[in-house]
Design a protein around this ligand. Structure first.
Ligand code: C2O
Ligand code: CU
Ligand code: CU
Length: 506
């Protein structure tokens, strides 16, 4: 009797646990399937293109008696109506959202009078600019709430599309998301001569792409717990315009694309797959145009492309799913997402544009053969080479005037990119192979997908400043804020690194 009852109880327990397990498996599986199918975002075919794309104004400047071009930038808070009647609290430079386009000539001396009228300390970093470390606007050049800062330097690099944005350690993502970003264009004698579209706002259009999510009128900057890259917005804006279109009156139009998103990677192309010519990368013009129909940009990267238009047509700049990266989690990092970004509307009559020049810029980059030093960087969200960022620790010391090769390795399980302050570099190899055409120009930021080893060549021309570091970091801003950043100083021959101070806003 006892035995039978025992066996019955055992049977009941087994059946119950089997049922419970089954239900759990179904729930987990169903939950996963639900997360999986809900994980991709697409605005393709859903964007109304109802607002004319804004073009950031060119910043006014004055030229002082010593020839220095002086700009004023005021960091301020305000409200922006991205849609009529719905004011969103935002930050901007000289306005409520984004900032004016600064423009200077190679060889010119510039000075920017920065005023911070926010109630938080911040910085202004000149991304892609070759300048002294103390002028760089990294986390060591904090501008206190209510404070001012006036960096000056001589522009000494080829024509390029650079940008500026805050860089306070631990809060860069927030400050950029609220709207602090702008372009800094450099011209040179050669770029002024070239037959490239160059009427700013007419056939030469800045295209600052950001992703956003609204919660009512406010920005929702929440991260999905599944996304390892950081914040992923559900819609895109160009130059702060939602649902943007722009009319085009020329046969050829140049788009200066900037990925100003904090984590999202875009793969730009057109809705009809037309080819366009890549003419410039982060730090300047390519040697010659490269025809393609997709260009991938990770946060911080720029590309200058020239697209050809036919009278009366409309074409949409679209962002397609990632091509690279075979890790399945990419779905949760925006890898399967697609966006209709900007509609170009060609006029009935288009002004003829000259054919693209066969030769564009000079790379002015080291080729790795004269490298004095090699360094290795293992990229992990927890820190580069195993160390999270520390404001008072110099990680690398490089000698002024020397070239180096750096090997960047992503052996982890999530996508990163890599940005180096002060210099432009050449990509020598990607997993031992020659880089694709889009990586053959001057670069200051590159995507490093999972499983990638990349070798780059850089030259540090100084000036030397053993106490003031430049940064290198992942430009997925949540990763950077989390400590995926390191510091290097440029020293004179025989000099040693000093000790950087920890400067709170002063
Ligand atoms: Cu665009 Cu260190 O940043
Ligand atoms: Cu930078
Ligand atoms: Cu990263």
């Amino acid at each position: 009797m006892e035995k039978t009852r025992g066996r019955q109880r055992l049977r009941r327990v087994l059946i119950t646990s089997a049922v419970v397990t089954g239900v759990l498996v179904a729930a987990v599986g169903g939950g996963f399937a639900w997360l999986w199918t809900g994980a991709d975002v697409s605005t393709v075919g859903k964007v109304r293109f109802s607002q004319r794309m804004a073009v950031p104004p060119l910043a006014e400047s004055t030229v002082g008696p010593d020839g220095t071009r002086v700009f004023d930038l005021r960091m301020q808070s305000g409200e922006t109506e991205f849609e009529d009647g719905r004011p969103t609290p935002t930050w901007g430079f000289n306005g409520s959202y984004l900032g004016p386009t600064l423009r200077a000539e190679r060889g010119e001396r510039v000075k920017v009078r920065v005023r911070n009228t926010l109630d938080e300390a911040s910085t202004v970093h000149w991304h892609g600019m070759h300048l002294p470390a103390a002028m760089d606007g990294g986390p060591h050049q904090m501008v206190a709430a209510g404070g001012a800062w006036a960096p000056r330097w001589k522009v000494d690099q080829p024509a390029a599309t650079l940008w500026y944005h805050p860089h306070p350690h631990g809060a860069t993502e927030q400050h950029v998301q609220r709207g602090l970003a702008g372009l800094f264009l450099i011209d040179d004698a050669r770029s002024r001569q070239l037959a490239l579209p160059k009427k700013y706002g007419v056939d030469d259009l800045p295209v600052i792409v950001q992703d956003v999510t609204f919660d009512g009128a406010r920005f929702d900057h929440g991260h999905s717990f599944l996304a390892k890259t950081g914040f992923l917005g559900k819609r895109t804006m160009v130059n702060g315009t939602l649902d943007p279109y722009r009319e085009v009156g020329d046969e050829r139009v140049r788009l200066r694309l900037l990925n100003a998103s904090t984590a999202r990677i875009y793969t730009f192309g057109f809705d009809d797959d037309r080819a366009f010519d890549l003419v410039g990368t982060d730090g300047g013009l390519l040697e010659r145009p490269a025809a393609m129909n997709r260009i991938q940009l990770s946060p911080g990267e720029r590309a200058e492309v020239v697209v050809r238009m036919r009278p009366d047509e409309r074409t949409v700049l679209r962002s397609y799913p990632w091509r690279a990266g075979n890790n399945w989690e990419k779905r949760f990092d925006g890898g399967d997402d697609s966006f209709d970004v900007l509609e170009l509307r060609a006029a009935h009559r288009l002004r003829p544009s000259p054919a693209l020049p066969a030769r564009l810029g000079e790379p002015e980059l080291p080729d790795g053969t004269d490298a004095a030093h090699g360094r290795f960087f293992e990229l992990r969200r927890s820190g580069i080479n195993g160390k999270p960022m520390a404001m008072d620790r110099i990680d690398e010391t490089v000698v002024r005037g020397t070239a180096e090769t750096w090997t960047l390795r992503n052996g982890g399980d999530m996508t990163h990119n890599f940005h180096v302050h002060d210099v432009q570099f050449r990509v020598l190899e990607v997993n031992g192979r020659e880089p694709e055409p889009a990586l053959r120009g001057r670069k200051d930021t590159v995507a490093i997908p999972v499983g990638t080893t990349m070798k780059i060549a850089l030259r540090f021309d100084g000036p030397a400043d053993p106490d003031t570091p430049y940064m290198y970091h992942c430009h997925l801003l949540a990763h950077e804020d989390h400590g995926m950043m390191g510091q290097f100083v440029v020293v004179g021959p025989g000099q040693r690194a000093g000790r950087p101070g920890v400067h709170p806003g002063h």
